[in-house]
Design a protein around this ligand. Structure first.
Ligand code: GTP
Ligand code: MG
Length: 602
């Protein structure tokens, strides 16, 4: 998907501020691997000078000091190597953590700022996998894979150079196996890459399953579907385990070839080295140095599988991370969007608005040619049967979606000319599906303004008729509510969500069926609260009950995404259409008749 080069570049950019440390780490890796050659080099020298060479006895007597110097250098080099290993590992760790932190914060913000379309495309479990497991694979690449590659590479290169300096013929013989290794690596990569991709998908499925089950545990319980869900989860879990095994075993089928090659090295050396030694063109010391270093070639060979596996894991994971990293919300600020410094007056105009959800191919319009005007401070009630497009309509005002045709104006200006945050700051929204945070009630109400004084929190709770039940709770406003408001009734949740919407003192208040779960008496209190807000506010409320809607300045009846009727209570009664039918259904024929006769009907 993304090129490896671009990925490395991306990592590099995100390591800003830590480049020097990371480069130092890499240099350290090279140095300590070259230092590994010091010991065999000097032991070779020692053998030739003091043990097997022609002048060995003489050297031992007359150059004893040099013997100890050699010994000291060997010990010193080993010690130095240990320090460098430590420091360079720290550098990799620091660099990788830095990138991890930076990218994770960035991703989270990216996800937060996405539009609705994004959220209907990606499932929570999948997104969670991206910011955790996938990101960790990226970190592992920086902290381990890159280091391992540099380590192997510098070790092999240094050894090769050293071999060539000592005896190019033996060096050639030993390195003749490298093309075979290259072929094995290429084959392995071809084989294992798709497996890592699959493995990554399995993990995301597993996480999604777990997340949905935990979040939806009430439904699972209600339907007594624990067994079913457990089996489903088991299936995902097994699929993941099997894929994991398959991926891990891939290397196993290549391993024998690599191992055979690695084991051939000493034999090659024995053969060629032996011949040259017999011919007298190679000393015993050189032979020892060679054989003391065959591991420097064979170890990296054995490491190849590991490195390749981790690298492929990084490839699969980083594609997923980058997809989110570079994703762009389709609904964004226009370049010329202007700052809003004042409150809206609150006039809302829909001008021939048509809308379809963008998440499917060949979509049918959900709203068609909607036009209306509400003046500042007025109330619009929207009614209509389920699925007719009420929620879709109100979602266009804070620009959760944009219409494909027509314009929406607030105070005479297209809403697209405002900055999104400015626009949304002015809109108080209580959604149909109430979502509260696992926090105190106080914290939930003051969500839009954490510094809100307690007396204000109380005021908004009173507007939404929530003060009574909150006070009655053991810890009042400090009561912590569970995830998604567990521990509260549906009506209680709705009232807290209403208080939360009011607490930002919006100039436009949108309530999506917010009083559907409260009793009539409480609803009346809420109506009174809403009528007496201490700030001006245009209200749009979706509701099913005539009692909620009848005092609205405008009542809109939506049907199949089109406005069927629009007017105030009296006008619609007189039209004797859908609204009048609703009155008949909810309040009875007699009330309707008395309303038609112009009397006050309650
Ligand atoms: P109730 O809340 O049940 O009273 O219905 P509503 O009037 O609020 O309907 P809503 O606006 O939610 O939906 C209108 C139509 O849009 C329905 O046919 C839905 O199936 C469809 N719809 C709603 N949300 C989405 C969405 O996210 N994607 C797609 N493709 N369609 C959607
Ligand atoms: Mg709805």
């Amino acid at each position: 998907m993304y090129k490896t080069r671009d990925k490395i570049k991306w990592i590099w950019t995100n390591m800003e501020g830590f480049h020097a440390i990371y480069i130092l780490g890499m240099i350290g890796t090279v140095i300590y691997n070259v230092l590994q050659l010091v010991v065999p080099f000097f032991s070779g020298k020692m053998i030739d000078m003091y043990l097997t060479g022609e002048d060995a006895v003489y050297n031992m007597e007359h150059h004893r000091n040099f013997f100890f110097i050699l010994l000291g250098v060997m010990v010193g080099a080993t010690f130095l190597r240990t320090i460098i290993v430590y420091v360079s590992c720290m550098a990799y760790e620091k660099g990788s953590q830095k990138v991890l932190y930076k990218v994770r914060s960035f991703l989270f913000e990216k996800i937060l700022r996405q539009d609705m379309r994004f959220y209907s495309k990606y499932r929570t479990g999948d997104l969670m996998t991206r910011v955790t497991g996938d990101l960790d694979a990226v970190r592992h690449m920086i902290a381990w894979v890159i280091r391992a590659v540099i380590e192997s590479f510098s070790l092999v290169m240094a050894t090769a150079v050293y071999f060539f300096i000592m005896d190019w013929r033996v060096a050639l013989a030993i390195l003749s196996i490298s093309p075979v290794i290259a072929i094995i690596i290429a084959q392995f990569k071809k084989h294992v890459a798709p497996r890592h991709k699959m493995l990554r998908e399995r993990l995301a499925e597993l996480n999604t399953d777990a997340q949905e089950n935990i979040a939806g545990n009430r439904v699972v319980k209600a339907f007594a579907r624990e067994e079913y869900e457990k089996e489903k989860f088991d299936k995902s879990s097994r699929a993941y385990a099997e894929q994991n095994e398959k991926t891990a075993l891939t290397w196993l089928s290549y391993f024998p070839y690599v191992e055979t090659l690695a084991n051939m090295l000493p034999s090659i050396l024995l053969l060629t080295g032996g011949i040259f030694m017999i011919a007298g063109t190679m000393t015993m010391g050189e032979y020892v140095a060679f054989s003391g270093l065959t591991w420097a070639i064979s170890n990296p060979m054995r490491q190849v599988g590991n490195v390749m596996n981790e690298f492929q894991r990084f490839q699969a994971a980083s594609d997923k991370v980058l997809e989110i990293y570079y994703s762009e919300a389709t609904i964004t600020d226009r370049p010329d969007a202007k700052d809003l410094t004042e409150r809206f007056q609150g006039e809302i105009v829909f001008d021939h608005v048509s809308f379809a959800y963008p998440d499917e191919e060949a979509v049918a319009p959900v709203l068609r040619d909607i036009s209306f005007t509400i003046k500042p401070g007025e109330t619009l009630a929207i009614m209509g049967e389920t699925g007719c497009g009420k929620t879709s309509l109100i979602q266009l005002i804070p620009r959760f979606y944009d219409p494909y045709e027509g314009r929406i104006l607030i105070d005479g200006e297209d809403i697209k000319s405002f900055k999104l945050t400015d626009l949304r700051h002015q809109i108080g929204l209580a959604t149909q599906d109430v979502l509260l945070y696992s926090d105190t009630i106080d914290g939930n109400i003051a969500y839009g303004d954490v510094d809100m004084p307690e007396k204000d929190v109380l005021k908004y709770a009173k507007y939404s008729a929530a003060n009574g039940f909150i006070k009655a709770m053991p810890e009042g406003y400090d009561t912590i509510i569970g995830e998604r408001g567990v521990g509260l009734s549906g009506g209680q949740k709705q009232r807290i969500s209403l208080a939360r919407a009011l607490a930002i003192r919006p100039s436009i208040l949108i309530l999506d069926d917010t009083t559907s779960a409260v009793d009539l008496e409480t609803e009346k209190q809420i109506q009174e609260g809403l009528a007496n807000l201490d700030f001006p506010c245009t209200k749009i409320m979706i509701a099913q009950r005539i009692s909620t809607t009848k005092n609205a300045d405008h009542i809109m009846i939506l049907k199949d995404g089109k406005i069927l009727e629009m007017g105030n209570h009296e006008e619609l009664i007189r039209q004797n259409g859908y609204y009048a039918d609703l009155v008949r259904l909810q309040l009875g024929e007699e009330v309707l008749a008395s309303m038609l006769a112009g009397k006050e009907g309650k």
